[in-house]
Design a protein around this ligand. Structure first.
Ligand code: ASP
Length: 345
């Protein structure tokens, strides 16, 4: 993480929380209920502090009356191109073999979806995912096949691994230890010696016509096994959207979301009547009940929006932040409540 990201976090946490009383996310409390979206009805929410930039890229689409689908793609593309982000897109950290592989998914509220996993040398996996959705009869393309499809669609093949990522990988190889650490992705909160190894942009939007869409894009867990696919490109795990109910996305150790069809679970809990905050909390609680020991040592975060534009989030551990943007506020960054408020070891 750069000083830019740290600056965004510290300045916007304060500014966002103060300027968005209606969104009501209190630091590390169980409740983060948001009121319905403002008059225009449009709102976009994204994971982590870089979600502020993603929202800003998505907002003009919504403000112009564009679709939620176009908005989330624009936001995800911004994150994928962000030269400071070593957990999403072209500047991501590689796997344990030094290969950068990208995962992404996109979904609209009518159940249309597309995804790519383990994609190499293509800069915008979210747009390839959208092409899978719109131009093939399939949902998910992986590895060499996903790359072949992208090239056929006109995406340039280009080496993406940055010198910085290569240097980080060389450093990691000195120990070759794969041990995701809670919020190590947030270097401002990390202990000395921690290395960034996970983060994902999950972005959800509701447009003026009340339609929902979401996208999720990541380079996955740094130093993962070559071929490992996380939750982000798996519809139902890292992302799920249903116009009848709402949308959810996830970040954190993807294996936990895969085990629990987690984003689908959050949406289904909303379908049963929970608000977005309650649904995220209940999904986290279930995870804790199932794997009480593991849940102390890894991070899982959910972000959800319902069809009324209400927003909620919950994480296992303290430190998850999410960005909210609507007609009233462009750059709010809010603390998610969490189960554990102190670091568990
Ligand atoms: N969920 C992502 C994965 O498992 C990583 C993250 O969000 O931190 O690939």
């Amino acid at each position: 993480m750069t000083s830019r990201r740290r600056f965004l976090q510290s300045s916007l946490l304060a500014a966002g929380a103060a300027a968005l009383p209606a969104l009501g996310a209190e630091k590390n409390t169980a409740v983060s209920t948001a009121r319905p979206a403002a008059a225009s009805g449009a709102r976009v929410v994204s994971t982590w502090d870089f979600g502020v930039g993603a929202n800003q890229a998505a907002w003009p689409v919504l403000a112009d009356g564009g679709s939620a689908l176009d908005a989330v793609e624009a936001g995800a593309r911004w994150a994928e191109a962000d030269l400071c982000n070593n957990t999403v897109g072209r500047c991501g950290n590689p796997d344990r073999d030094g290969v950068l592989t990208l995962d992404a998914s996109i979904m609209d509220g009518d159940g249309r979806c597309g995804a790519v996993a383990a994609l190499e040398d293509i800069a915008h996996p979210v747009t390839v995912a959208r092409r899978v959705m719109e131009r093939t009869p399939h949902v998910l393309l992986v590895g060499a096949g996903a790359q072949q499809f992208a090239i056929e669609q006109g995406f340039p093949k280009q080496p993406l691994l940055t010198d910085k990522a290569r240097a980080a990988w060389n450093e990691w190889r000195k120990t070759s230890k794969y041990q995701p650490q809670i919020n190590a992705e947030r270097l401002d909160q990390a202990k000395p010696g921690d290395k960034t190894n996970h983060d994902t942009l999950g972005i959800l939007a509701i447009d003026r016509s009340g339609k929902l869409a979401g996208a999720c894009t990541t380079s996955g867990m740094a130093w993962k096994l070559h071929g490992r696919v996380g939750d982000s490109p798996i519809v139902g795990a890292g992302l799920y959207v249903d116009n009848e109910v709402g949308a959810a996305t996830a970040s954190g150790v993807g294996e936990e979301m895969l085990r629990n069809a987690a984003s689908f679970l959050v949406v289904e809990l909303m379908r049963q009547g929970r608000g977005p905050d309650e649904a995220c909390r209940e999904a986290i609680d279930r995870l804790v009940r199932k794997r009480p020991q593991a849940s102390k040592t890894l991070q899982v975060c959910f972000l959800a929006i319902n069809k009324h534009g209400e927003v909620g989030a919950h994480a296992l551990h303290r430190g998850f932040v999410y960005a909210v943007c609507d007609a009233n506020k462009r750059d709010a960054l809010l603390d998610s409540p969490s189960v554990y408020t102190t670091q568990q070891t």
